[in-house]
Design a protein around this ligand. Structure first.
Ligand code: ZN
Length: 143
């Protein structure tokens, strides 16, 4: 992954074969990103997508092995204890021009990944939420 510092964040260029979520987590740790938002486009393969069934408190998973246009990636970076949490959703496009979308567990970069990360000085935390079975954002209103 290559990066360029910009005002308020970074341009990130992920290269073929790199794992998108893993690399973002590593970058968040290395650069001590306290919170951020991520957006991007590019090409991915071996994408593992999820859809959360609240009634079962479980993700249904689908793997898209073939290369797909990363039409849109949008997400955020927060922390659960000492671990950065990179929470991203994606829309992928295929040769039939149909879209498939969902929560992104992981994907490998295909041709390239062109991402932008905007980071903030406030630390964004997550905490376990029993009612949903998820680690939800725990916002601090400053009071
Ligand atoms: Zn999600």
């Amino acid at each position: 992954m290559d990066y360029q510092k910009i005002e308020g964040g970074f341009f990130l260029k992920l290269n073929r074969g790199e794992k998108l979520i893993q690399r973002l987590k590593e970058f968040a740790k290395t650069m001590s990103i306290r919170s951020g938002i991520v957006s991007g486009i590019g090409v991915v393969r071996n994408a593992r997508l999820g859809y959360y069934h609240l009634d079962r408190k479980k993700y249904a998973e689908k793997e898209i092995v073939e290369e797909r246009e990363l039409v849109s990636l949008s997400g955020n970076i927060s922390w659960l204890g000492e671990e950065p949490i990179v929470h991203c959703h994606v829309t992928l496009g295929g040769p039939d021009f149909q879209a498939i979308c969902g929560h992104l567990f992981e994907a490998e970069i295909g041709i390239t990944g062109e991402l932008c990360l905007l980071n903030f000085s406030s630390r964004l935390e997550r905490a376990w939420d029993e009612s949903t079975g998820l680690n939800l954002q725990k916002l601090d209103d400053g009071s």
